[in-house]
Design a protein around this ligand. Structure first.
Ligand SMILES: Nc1ncnc2c1ncn2[C@@H]1O[C@H](COP(=O)(O)OP(=O)(O)OP(=O)(O)O)[C@@H](O)[C@H]1O
Ligand SMILES: [Mg+2]
Length: 425
């Protein structure tokens, strides 16, 4: 599990956890388990994060994004210099529907990754990547192995911090959004499926439960702060913030809590409402679960159990076949009504029949969400709104799916013909 809240390094840690309840019992424990940066544990959500959650625009914009896994040199500091200039960015209003950044903009950034790498032979996994995916639209990003697909996922989910450029969701730069908030709106299917050692139902409902815990923790932190202020403490920059690291970028987050009582009460009202909504969704889970079981043919393999909601999947889903595990894992990421879906080769471990079923179901569930689908497999290309082609870290084509399919670049042609070959064999 990646969305709410996971990283691909989670599996080893999670295998030692016997029961999901152990994780849900304490929010900070959940966050530790999922390798949330330490600085982001027990921290207040920024006002940007709260407004981000309230927002109605989850379009995704990459602006001249470059990334190198080689962190030994200093390029990262370049990125921070523009931190407070979000409002000056080009096309700051991400609502502008049909406006798409295409491949032709890729090298227009003031700083070029190639220039950065001249001196130290730094290898960039992404080079000046720019594209815009409007709210509630879908894109398939196609590229050969090693072209940078998973790197896009890692940056968008803040698993890795961006080296150069900016990523916006709606009007918010993701570096202003707390990781836990960001992950709470993302449904992410990685190339390494992971399930908790508990029932299918608990696995599917886990993201809601974890979100509820995070909301409760925010309320706890704010109430604690209010109490401290009432008792005359009020000294903001000391350790009264629930134990979080209060240095560096966290200062702006902490300062938010110094706002007027009115603001704080508004935040509390929002958090309480979110908890109520989440509880309602959990209480009304049965119908939605049934739909997911049916849509992902989970029913097929659970039909022999009298109470299949409670069938235990084993440590990391080991009681299930690879394909069954993958289907439960995808269903888990669709159960919570995430605003954004990121699917990294979601059908890679499925046979052709299961792949067809899952692709059809995914297309159904993608509606009403902003979706990025990374794939080598091209069956779904006609069903997405946009197609991007990535080659060696560079976006070489990005346009509406019909435009791209009518005029595919040479790399896409190669991949398409390979795909046709695989289908025949
Ligand atoms: N953790 C890492 N450390 C160093 N280099 C990495 C790391 N992860 C990926 N890379 C490199 O970054 C480049 C892009 O990798 P990425 O995983 O994004 O490719 P991909 O398109 O997802 O490939 P695939 O289709 O095989 O999953 C590759 O050259 C890869 O070797
Ligand atoms: Mg990958």
């Amino acid at each position: 599990m990646y969305s709410l809240f996971c990283g691909s390094g989670i599996q080893g840690v999670m295998q030692s956890i016997g029961d999901i309840q152990k994780c849900i019992g304490s929010c900070s424990k959940v966050l530790q388990i999922i390798h949330m940066p330490k600085s982001e544990m027990n921290e207040y959500w920024s006002m940007d994060s709260i407004n981000f959650l309230k927002s109605k625009n989850y379009g995704i914009r990459f602006e001249n994004v470059s990334y190198s896994y080689d962190t030994s040199s200093t390029a990262e500091s370049d990125n921070n210099t523009t931190d407070d200039n979000n409002d000056n960015r080009t096309g700051g209003n991400s609502n502008s529907g049909s406006n798409i950044h295409s491949g032709s903009n890729i090298h227009s950034g003031a700083k070029s990754a190639d220039t950065q790498s001249n001196n130290n032979e730094r290898h960039y996994a992404l080079k000046n990547v720019s594209f815009y995916l409007p709210h509630n639209k879908s894109v398939a990003i196609v590229g050969k192995s090693g072209s940078g697909k998973t790197t896009i996922l890692n940056l968008l989910s803040k698993k890795n911090m961006i080296t150069l450029g900016k990523i916006y969701i709606g009007e918010y730069s993701i570096d202003k959004i707390n990781s836990s908030v960001l992950l709470s709106v993302l449904g992410v299917v990685t190339q390494n499926p992971f399930l908790f050692n508990c029932s299918i139902k608990s696995n599917l409902t886990y993201p809601y439960k974890a979100y509820e815990e995070l909301l409760k923790e925010q309320i706890y932190l704010i109430e604690k702060k209010k109490m401290a202020q009432l008792c005359g403490g009020g000294s903001s920059s000391s350790g009264s913030s629930g134990g979080s690291g209060s240095s560096g970028s966290n200062n702006s987050i902490h300062s938010d809590i110094q706002k007027s009582t009115e603001d704080i009460n508004e935040i509390l009202t929002f958090l309480n409402k979110e908890i109520d909504d989440t509880k309602k969704k959990l209480n009304n889970a049965t119908e939605k679960l049934k739909d997911l079981y049916k849509d992902f043919h989970i029913d097929d393999f659970l039909i022999n159990y009298s109470n299949y909601d409670n069938v235990n999947v084993g440590a990391n889903g080991n009681f299930l076949s690879g394909g069954q595990k993958q289907r439960v894992y995808i269903a888990q990421n669709l159960y919570k009504d995430n605003k954004i879906l990121i699917l990294d080769e979601p059908t890679s471990s499925l046979d052709k029949i299961s792949e067809k079923i899952v692709n059809e179901t995914l297309i159904k569930y993608m509606k009403g969400k902003t979706t990025i689908l990374f794939t080598h497999r091209l069956d779904v290309l006609h069903s997405v709104d946009y197609i991007g082609v990535l080659n060696d870290g560079v976006v070489i084509q990005f346009d509406t799916s019909s435009n791209v399919l009518n005029n595919p670049c040479s790399i896409l042609k190669q991949i398409l013909s390979q795909n046709a070959y695989e289908k025949i064999n």
